[in-house]
Unconditional design. Structure first.
Ligand SMILES: [Mn+2]
Ligand SMILES: [Mn+2]
Ligand SMILES: [Zn+2]
Ligand SMILES: [Zn+2]
Lengths: 141, 141
DNA sequence: TCCTAATTTAGAATCAATTTAAGTTGAGAA
DNA sequence: TTCTCAACTTAAATTGATTCTAAATTAGGA
């Protein structure tokens, strides 16, 4: 997503700050993450503005909404097709750009027109492994 | 999941009804779906009981919680490893038991210990295609 | 049968997200 | 440059899903 992609919609200071945050923080932030960060620059900014802006950017296909966490939307400002690597401990999400060939056999189609796929890899990130390692040998999950 | 798997926890009528519903309705229902169906048999049953039971079954690894929909948990009573085929219109979820080889190249590991993966296929289900087809040629999304 | 920890329940609380309605403003028109 | 108004922002109310609470009930072992 680049600024010149923002057409048809007004370039307000709040929107530009939200877009800048998304560009610089490619950690698949939640709406709250965006709000916290951007409201430091715009203390009067409303939560609704964050949601409105994210919704508008989604409509314009400049960002993607992820449903990786239940109960909380997360946003991806990289709209290229790619997969994800998710830490089951801290829920950090990393990008995976390897392409996979995923041919679904005819008999699994269930009458669908298939339009895409997405792979989630699950694991424990470096940071969480290190934390686990601390707290003596008998680690208490 | 079979009844004999239910050990360590009390077999209450409410729980048995919830489990029976899950066994017979393998459409990856939400907590509300479960509540609606089971409360017809137990009109005084509380929503909290549905959540408590689903949580307990999840702990015992007899069901899996899906985060396919943001804002709404969905549950899968088939704990065998498998993938999903999701209708982007009606959000129905079908099972895919084909196995895929998904080798992530070392340089994409990001320091993770990888423990699993899951593929979501997206598409339009038969039912939704048929609905689209109606409403004359110029179909309005 | 008795006992009690586990479970159920109704209702309150919480959290993310959406809606509302009133005030403000970006940017095209004059 | 100024005018205009649809688009936008805002605080507050609302909704919907889920979790918590505290009191009443109960499954199942002793
Ligand atoms: Mn991504
Ligand atoms: Mn499934
Ligand atoms: Zn982690
Ligand atoms: Zn469908």
């Amino acid at each position: 997503m680049i600024l010149s992609d923002i057409t048809d919609i007004k370039q307000t200071p709040q929107r530009l700050a939200i877009i800048e945050y998304l560009e610089l923080n490619r950690v698949h932030p939640s709406a709250l993450d965006v709000y916290k960060a951007v409201s430091e620059k715009f203390p009067t900014m409303s939560f609704a503005t964050v949601y409105n802006t994210l919704e508008k950017l989604k409509e314009k296909r400049l960002i993607i909404e992820l449903s990786i966490d239940t109960g909380k939307k997360r946003f991806d400002c990289d709209t290229r097709p790619h997969h994800h690597l998710i830490c089951v401990k801290c829920r950090e999400i990393f990008d995976v750009f390897t392409e996979f060939i995923l041919e679904l056999p005819e008999d699994e189609f269930q009458g669908f027109d298939i339009i895409g796929n997405h792979v989630d890899f699950y694991g424990i990130c470096k940071k969480c492994k290190d934390i686990e390692g601390l707290g003596s040998e008998q680690n208490k999950d």
